[in-house]
Design a protein around this ligand. Structure first.
Ligand SMILES: [Zn+2]
Ligand SMILES: [Zn+2]
Length: 338
């Protein structure tokens, strides 16, 4: 088969690769229905995160089970499944406490920007949908695989609750779906920090009540102004830069919560500043697996349509254009159809 391989900065190729096959009895091989490019793929695409050798790309997926290993019990060929970017057994101590992305046996696996994918620890990792989904619901199921699950975690980790004032820093797919999640958790006010018209429109559709276009200290001042000088209850940091993290911390009221789900790059926190901020911090790679059954159910019953974040669809062999469009911010998120 052919799949997506990153060779270096701005060099994405769709090229021959070995067909995925069952390597361990706990594996499954799935036929990808849809895949996509992630904002986090852009760190290595832009050369900010260095790679030493060509890397197979893609970690967001859904599709139909083709084959399972002899030890797999809960997933069967023919089922439509959604999984997360970390394979997890869903039985160890960390998994049982809801932190599957810190599973004691976790395996990160890329290479989902391809027609077929090997999924390790299939029983723990994959969640079957109630049946074969309609064509129009597949993008929303795919979104559950990472960006929705990550946005949901951002909202939960920042203790979004009914009546609260929420700020979302970052208007990428995760930030936009963090808005949707905060709306589902009945936040009273949801302030999105965004400078882009199309993203602001989608944020409003997902439930944002206010838009702030200023950044850095000006952005913080604007949040203070909107909250009568107090700061927000919950601030969801969905970027991963020094500027966005500091903006999040400074926008939070004493006693408030900051969640951080953007993979940090060159970010350091000042202990003294943290000490006097009086905030709660909780974040990390989202345990998407914890939320998958709930998110699939909400998509299945058409309560939410997170698939709206995909504003570009390409045949899989044009994956390089998907990276370009997202890098140049011409697209929020590129859908790839094998
Ligand atoms: Zn992702
Ligand atoms: Zn585990």
């Amino acid at each position: 088969m052919k799949g997506t391989v990153l060779h270096g900065a701005h060099d994405v190729r769709f090229e021959d690769r070995e067909d995925p096959r069952i390597e361990k009895p706990t594996d499954a091989v799935i036929r990808i229905a849809l895949s996509c490019v992630c904002g986090s793929d852009l760190w290595s695409y832009r050369g900010i995160q260095k790679i030493d050798q060509p890397v197979a790309m893609g970690h967001e997926y859904c599709g139909v089970v083709e084959e399972v290993g002899s030890a797999v019990k809960s997933v069967k060929p023919g089922q439509f499944v959604v999984g997360s970017f970390f394979a997890s057994d869903n039985t160890c101590a960390h998994c049982r406490l809801g932190y599957q992305s810190s599973c004691q046996h976790r395996e990160f696996f890329g290479s989902a920007q391809a027609p077929f994918l090997r999924v390790p620890l299939a029983d723990g990792t994959l969640v079957p949908t109630p049946g074969i989904p309609t064509e129009s619901s597949i993008p929303s199921l795919l979104a559950s695989s990472d960006v929705l699950g990550t946005g949901w975690f951002a909202a939960e980790a920042a203790e979004v609750k009914p009546g609260k004032t929420v700020v979302v820093v970052g208007d990428g797919a995760v930030g936009l779906l963090a808005v949707l999640s905060a709306r589902q958790m009945k936040a009273e006010r949801i302030i999105t920090m965004s400078r882009h018209q199309t993203r602001q429109t989608l944020a409003r559709e997902f439930g944002a009540t206010d838009i702030v276009t200023e950044r850095g200290d000006e952005g913080v001042a604007r949040i203070k102004e909107l909250t009568k000088g107090v700061g927000a209850d919950s601030v969801l940091e969905c970027v991963g830069t020094q500027e966005s993290m500091m903006q999040a911390i400074k926008s939070t009221r004493p006693g408030g919560h900051v969640s951080y789900v953007g993979v940090p790059h060159n970010m350091t926190l000042n202990g003294e500043q943290l000490f006097f901020s009086h905030i709660h911090l909780h974040g990390g790679p989202a345990p998407v697996r914890r939320y998958l059954p709930k998110l699939i159910e909400m998509v299945w019953t058409e309560k939410i349509q997170p698939g709206k974040v995909f504003d570009l669809e390409l045949p899989l062999d044009q994956v390089a254009e998907g990276y370009r469009a997202m890098d140049e911010r011409r697209a929020i998120k590129a859908l790839l159809r094998p």
